[in-house]
Design a binder for this molecule. Structure first.
Ligand code: ADP
Ligand code: TRP
Length: 321
């Protein structure tokens, strides 16, 4: 079973990304074959500043490595380091009916948000199909907004296989229904696009400041409070086992403590949980050369799968070699 996924290098990763995606990857890499890459070519559709894209790419890699992605277990690379994906993107384009892309919500949503509708944004799902099919992935863990892209991948693969035999493995999107949506500072889904995130790696001062901004109700200190409608409690829960969750709920229900106490407690939970990883992140931030070596080695491993595959594809469509 090969699992493959990509995390966009579109800015600092936050608690929503950690509890909604990265934690599952860390579990998966223990028992499964995990292929994880940074889709910097996809990021180009929306991010037009060269310095930022380059820095974000390295920072995403540093973050994932610091959190425990192990390059000895997981094939971990940057998308643009395996050029064959772009060749496959073009070949698949010839098997992609316009209507399939015209129906894509991802494109429509981005245009509705005011992003310039360029061709790469429109053909984004074809490059994503190339990412998945080049490595014969069986399973693709994604957020709900990406399910349609995996379905498009399947449609393209079926069309190609109909003409050329069983070249491509049909992937399944994997979304975890049990995963709670991590709330942001305002209680809405934590997301970079809403500006309501708590990033994984903040300085202690910044962390205190962000946690301080979590919206709470105005129940007076001495009165009992409802933990189950409180954003601070919802975030604290992510770091606590059942017993500790009950203890905290009791403190809410007893009264006598204000939201300031609970926020201070949450800040400590976040700070302590990521402490060992923060040290690693500081190390990687000071050793970019090491990150680049790891990514290069990962691309080398990824190409060992990609090269025979692209050869097979070229032969089936008649690209002369
Ligand atoms: P953002 O909304 O900040 O742009 P992405 O869409 O890049 O985040 O998400 C990357 C991964 O993290 C996806 O798998 C997504 O489902 C997960 N994720 C993002 N935000 C949350 C959240 N608030 N709760 C749970 N999972 C999340
Ligand atoms: N489109 C995905 C996202 O925005 C990132 C991505 C690119 C991806 N290629 C992929 C995810 C292939 C899974 C498989 O989150």
């Amino acid at each position: 079973m090969r699992t493959l996924t990509g995390i966009q290098p579109s800015g600092a990763l936050h608690l929503g990304n950690y509890f909604g995606a990265i934690k599952q990857m860390l579990d998966l890499q223990q028992n499964d074959e995990l292929f994880l890459f940074i889709p910097n070519l996809h990021a180009l559709t929306t991010l037009k500043d060269a310095k930022t894209l380059r820095e974000n790419t390295i920072d995403a890699a540093a973050t994932l490595l610091s959190l425990g992605i192990d390059p000895d277990k997981t094939t971990f690379w940057v998308q643009s380091d395996v050029k064959e994906v772009l060749e496959l993107y073009w070949i698949l384009s010839a098997y992609t009916p316009m209507g399939l892309l015209e129906r894509a919500h991802g494109y429509k949503d981005k245009v509705a948000k005011g992003i310039a509708p360029n061709h790469a944004l429109f053909s984004y799902p074809v490059l994503m199909a190339a990412d998945i099919l080049l490595y014969s992935a069986n399973r693709v863990p994604v957020g709900k907004d990406q399910i349609q892209h995996v379905e498009i991948t399947r449609d393209i693969a079926i069309k190609f296989n109909n003409d050329h035999g069983d070249i491509f493995t049909l992937p399944e999107a994997k979304t975890d229904e049990n995963l709670a949506t991590v709330p942001g500072l305002d209680g809405a889904k934590m997301s970079k696009s809403y500006g309501n995130t708590i990033d994984i790696f903040l300085s202690e001062k910044e962390l205190k400041n962000r946690v301080g901004k979590i919206v709470t109700d105005s129940t007076p200190v001495e009165e009992p409070k409802d933990p189950y409608t409180c954003n601070v409690f919802a975030l604290a829960k992510l770091f606590l086992d059942k017993n500790a969750q009950n203890e905290l709920a009791n403190r809410y229900q007893k009264g006598g403590e204000g939201h300031g106490h609970f926020k201070a407690y949450l800040k400590e939970l976040i700070w302590d949980y990521f402490a060992p990883h923060r040290e690693k992140k500081a190390y990687y931030d000071a050793h970019h050369g090491e990150i680049i070596d790891i990514l290069r080695e990962g691309a080398y491993k990824a190409r060992e799968i990609a090269l025979p595959m692209i050869d097979k594809i070229r032969q089936s469509v008649g690209i002369y070699r």
